[in-house]
Ligand binder design. Structure first.
Ligand SMILES: Nc1ncnc2c1ncn2[C@@H]1O[C@H](COP(=O)(O)OP(=O)(O)O)[C@@H](O)[C@H]1O
Ligand SMILES: [Mg+2]
Length: 243
């Protein structure tokens, strides 16, 4: 699904990522952990093609993203869905409209605009919302939902896109611990049931260790370890969060 070989990404002269090499197989579930500034968001943006590497090779579904035409890049991007920390929903729209935005890659501009007035795919939106456990919120205004419910809507929108991989960039950092657990459970269950690859960045390692089989530890743009969860030691955890 994802292949990175000796990847670096600089912002100006600042190296946000250095010498990143790993492969993630289709259907794998991997957490990347590290403190703020470690490079987690940059890494996720390299994987969804919203940012390119400075050096090295990033392949998604076998294709080098920096060598694709804009159209071919969009094609690959439609097969990778991203859930963000800030949800990226339009607050004053009803949930059903935010969910229809999951179709934007495939629908024409006209169809997308008409759908803002009369939702085109109500059944699809309902099904996706049912999968994240809040089907009754279909016509609720998005800003009336709790943070946990809004993150579920963001996940449902990715499900409508029906991607082969889900990237989640600190999806629980704005949620309290109980809701965090629910949202991680939903992401993991969806991946288990559908076989979709899941790559999730997390600030804290506890949720990662209890929910993911493979953990990548990132600090100052470098991989400190890439290991099965059961082999992650206290020493390794300290090395990531030290200082
Ligand atoms: N667009 C940008 N311009 C300049 N520096 C950036 C940009 N994006 C990220 N950085 C820097 O790269 C480093 C890694 O950032 P980021 O990937 O957001 O880390 P994380 O998500 O782990 O907190 C940070 O030092 C950050 O300030
Ligand atoms: Mg980040």
């Amino acid at each position: 699904m994802f292949e990175l070989f000796q990847v670096s990404r600089k912002f100006g002269v600042f190296p946000a990522l250095e010498d990143i090499t790993f492969n993630i197989m289709a259907g794998e579930r991997v957490a990347v952990v590290g403190p703020s500034g470690a490079g987690k968001s940059t890494l996720i943006r390299l994987l969804n093609g919203t940012l390119f590497s400075t050096t090295g090779e990033v392949r998604v579904l076998g294709q080098r993203l920096d060598q694709l035409s804009p159209q071919a890049l969009r094609q690959v991007q439609s097969r990778v869905g991203t859930v963000y920390q800030q949800f990226h929903l339009v607050d004053n729209l009803r949930v059903v409209h935010n969910l229809n935005a999951g179709h934007l890659n495939r629908w024409s501009l006209t169809k997308s605009l008409v759908s803002l007035i009369r939702p085109m795919d109500v059944q699809g939106a309902f099904n996706a919302l049912e999968q994240v456990g809040i089907p009754e919120k279909l016509y609720e205004r998005t800003d009336r939902l709790s943070g946990g419910q809004q993150q579920r809507v963001a996940i449902a929108r990715v499900l409508i896109q029906d991607p082969e991989a889900i990237l989640a960039d600190e999806p629980i950092s704005n949620l309290d611990p109980e809701l965090s657990k629910e949202v991680i459970d939903i992401l993991v269950d969806l991946s288990v049931c559908s076989g979709k690859t899941l790559f999730c960045s997390l600030h804290a390692i506890e949720f990662a260790l209890s929910n993911f089989g493979r953990i990548i530890g990132l600090r100052r743009g470098r991989i400190l370890f890439d290991s099965a969860a059961e082999n992650v030691t206290d020493e390794m955890i300290k090395s990531v969060y030290r200082g």
